[in-house]
Design a protein around this ligand. Sequence first.
Ligand code: C2O
Ligand code: CU
Ligand code: CU
Length: 524
Amino acid sequence: MSARVSRRRLLGLGAAALGAGAVAAAGRPLADLLLQPGQPGRLLPSQTPLPGPYQVPLPIPPVLRPVRTDAVTDHYELTQRVVQLHILPDLPTSVWSYGGSFPGPTIVSRTGRRTVVRYRNELPQPVVVHLHGGHTPADSDGYPIDLILPAAGSPPSDDPMPGMPGMAQPHGDVARGERAYMYPMNQRAATLWYHDHRMGFTGPGVWRGLAGFHLVHDDEEDALPLPRGERDIPLMIVDRSFAADGSFRYPSLHAPGVTEPYRDGVLGDVILVNGAPWPTLNTKRARYRLRLLNASNARRYRLALDPPPAGGSGLVQIGSDGGLLTRPVYHDELEIAPAERFDVVVDFARYRPGTRVRLVNRLGSGTTTEVMRFDVSPATRTAPDDSGVPDRLSTVDRPDPHQATTTRTFVFHRDRQTGWTINGSLYRPGRVLARPRLGAVEVWRFITDFHHPIHLHLNHFGVVSRNSSSPGRYDSGWKDTVDLRPAEAVEVVTRFTDYPGTFLLHCHNLEHEDMAMMADFVTG
Ligand code: C2O
Ligand code: CU
Ligand code: CU
């Protein structure tokens, strides 16, 4: 069966599940939704002059120090507050920050050592914190109505804090001022990130700055000769737009979601890496580990090195969302959807001294075709480098899909009446779409009508198939977010091991998420 036929068949399946009209969203053919090829959403232009690329050095987010550690736990504290940061050359930008920086400080955990982070909310809005990729008990997972209300004395909000469309105000586990989240960290080394997850307002929260890295290390990874220290660099890639006053521009409603033209997704015209516009990094002629995170609301990227090193395959993937792969995968280009992580090693010794290597975005246009630049040292001798990429990295002991006791299907669809739905429903806290049993292996099947990066809380998963054939080139390893393009079907397998409670499955296009493309599942 050709890919085209199978795609059509899958679309038919989606349509059957939903009734007539599923293939054409809002009465328009699918192709019309794609305003930029490969890109879900619409460009929101900046209203201020933009800086040129490659004028500022790449910032590295500070590593957060624990306030206290004991035999089993590291305790951290972070205050969320508004700060003025210099992102543009001439105008300060008012940022919603974790601890005063954007990205927030990097939290570093060790597998098996509990991490407790106490967040204080001095922002004018309620917040929720989620550790993305964390294998976390439900009461610390950042369920979207488990709010931290602003601390007393914080400036009052003009926002009425409404619910999602068509629903009564739900009531979660609400704290005032601060809340501690407990992460057991019984999980392997991986690049995680934390971000806001407030119901209906995650898009504006993350856009205004609420995101940071959380790295997990373990003995297995430490035993490998991968680049480390200052040659192990997290790169948070986002697009943003700026208003005339230098603030982040975002098409908010005074309700969850965005104004009609932007409901497919908000795209910015400035690319920030670790909070700086199109920055540069001076590199030695040596190997670097780059932990790539797409923390954009909606934008997808196809990243490539320009020029590529002689012989190609400059991006050597060693890890994905859930940590190390079994063996490295060699790429010339990487397609990365919102919330996905690709851990790659780039060997700048493969370039001539003094080469300027741009990281470009082949899905961009205009200003968004450039991301950052690596300026390779002019020294003719390569730097001492005892790092390497072994051919065996780790074991990925993914459950066998044939052991699955249950297969569930989730259709991600834009309904012309209601909006962004999963199996025909808008999100409502407490409406449960799946009840996996702890101990069970399950296959979950996702079917889409549009670009949807689909994210599962609690568990990592393995991609079993894409469009009834093998997984794609970017599907390797343990994933927690899988990129589906329009009219695709992906099957993933996961094992529910521990933590009973309510968790989320959702689209990580933050505009879709805020407009209710989210579902509860309950483990038990
Ligand atoms: Cu990164 Cu439920 O989110
Ligand atoms: Cu998550
Ligand atoms: Cu979506």
